[in-house]
Design a binder for this molecule. Structure first.
Ligand code: HEM
Length: 392
């Protein structure tokens, strides 16, 4: 549907700045967005809703949690069994973490597919990547807090991985663990990190959304807003965002009620035991692709660099694909096929991460890793050159 832009010459935004917060909100409500935005554009709003839930349930849980190696597991048991509705709060916080990471990955893949990282939205993309790293660190720190078997051994594995870094590794491991092995100082560090980062994430989200509003949304067709036509953010997209949030909330409640254990690692219901290493130490599902990559390399530093590089390479995406505004569009089959291979590679590496890294699984992990990196270092630059007519 075609239409005229709703904020002409930034007049609305100017008026809003002059007349306070309410008027500014009104101007945001009138923000013109491409008329062809599809349902994948609701995920940002869903992320905001889940983030709010995580902060609220997290603050409530904090009231009854004790970050001490001898008391942490018991305090979490107390929340589950004695605190009124404590089991529900904890279930919401744990399931919420998985929903948040799932939504984050979908949001990221949407950005990759529609190339939302291209100018003028490079800053939006980079702030998103920073958010991803912050969310990962927060999720990891949170997983250590209940001080179950996986919490303890997860902290141990991460500490040793950090320790493998040349020159500063030993020092960093000491800062991370607060001693030679995970213990109360580790819990204090993880608690401070988990709590503090939640607020930094909220501040960063405000910056991220402000950047989206300043730069304008990209569109599924890749055409400028003058060609797609514009619709105001409210009511067209606010209503869709709210409907999507309600639908996700229903799915969330269904998981809580019918499959409460679907994402819970049962070993973490056993208290941390430094004398008993579990047969399989595995992180939460959303870290598995990176864990698989870390395991697929025979020496620690290489594994650490390749799994860290898998996140770091996302920061470079706007520079790997520089064909902004090119007249030669990439065929949909090619774009969708490449993204599909990226997802399959990540899932394959994740599956390998769940198994002992030997024989067939080792091969799967290595192939998955090659597929993952190929998307970024081969497909994106090649596509970009092809679009600019630099290839035969
Ligand atoms: C806490 C995590 C995040 C929150 C709450 C969040 C929220 C949002 C919201 C509300 C929007 C506008 C609506 C939409 O396009 O869906 C948006 C847009 C965007 N986000 Fe995020 N985001 C997060 C993380 C990320 C990550 C990890 C990336 C990528 C690395 C990213 C990249 C983008 C981009 C490129 C856009 C602009 C899309 C367009 O062109 O319209 N975001 N985000």
């Amino acid at each position: 549907m075609a239409g005229k832009p709703f904020c002409q010459n930034g007049q609305d935004t100017e008026q809003a700045a002059q007349s306070g917060l309410g008027a500014r909100a009104m101007a945001y409500g009138r923000l013109p967005l491409p008329a062809d935005l599809n349902w994948l554009w609701v995920v940002g709003a869903v992320l905001c809703a889940v983030l709010a839930l995580m902060v609220l349930t997290g603050l409530s849980l904090t009231l009854a949690y004790t970050p001490d190696a001898t008391l942490a597991f018991g305090s979490v048991e107390g929340i589950e069994r004695r605190l009124p509705a404590g089991w529900l709060l904890r279930a919401m916080h744990m399931t919420g973490a998985s929903f948040f990471m799932l939504a984050l990955y979908i949001h990221l893949l949407r950005g990759l597919y529609y190339r939302s990282y291209q100018p003028p939205r490079m800053g939006v993309w980079i702030s998103g990547c920073v958010l991803l790293v912050m969310a990962m660190v927060t999720a990891f720190a949170g997983y250590v807090l209940p001080w179950g078997q996986m919490s303890y051994w997860g902290a141990d594995v991460a500490g040793k991985a950090v320790g493998a870094l040349p020159l500063i590794g030993g020092w960093l491991e000491g800062v991370f663990l607060g001693g030679d092995t995970p213990g109360t100082p580790t819990l204090h560090r993880m608690f401070a990190l988990h709590f503090g980062l939640a607020f930094l994430i909220m501040a960063m989200v405000v910056g991220h959304i402000t950047a989206v509003h300043a730069r304008g949304s990209s569109s599924p067709s890749g055409r400028p807003i003058t060609q797609t036509g514009a619709l105001p953010f409210h009511p067209y997209f606010t209503v869709r965002d709210m409907l999507a949030t309600v639908l996700v909330a229903l799915g969330f409640v269904a998981v809580l009620c019918f499959w409460p254990d679907i994402i819970v690692e049962s070993a973490n219901y056993r208290p941390a035991n430094p004398l008993h290493t579990p047969a399989d130490i595995e992180p939460e599902w959303y870290f598995l692709p990176f864990y698989g990559m870390m395991q697929a390399v025979p020496f620690k530093l290489g594994g650490l660099l390749l799994s860290g590089g898998a996140v770091a390479v996302l920061f470079a995406v706007p520079w790997l694909d520089r064909a902004a505004g090119s007249l030669r569009p990439v065929p949909t089959m090619v774009k969708a096929g490449a993204l599909f291979l990226l997802v399959v590679s990540a899932v394959a590496t994740a599956c390998a991460g769940l198994h002992h890294m030997q024989g067939g699984w080792l091969l799967v992990a290595r192939l998955g890793m090659v597929g993952y990196y190929a998307y970024f270092v081969l497909y994106l630059p090649f596509c970009s050159r092809w679009q600019q007519g630099k290839t035969a």
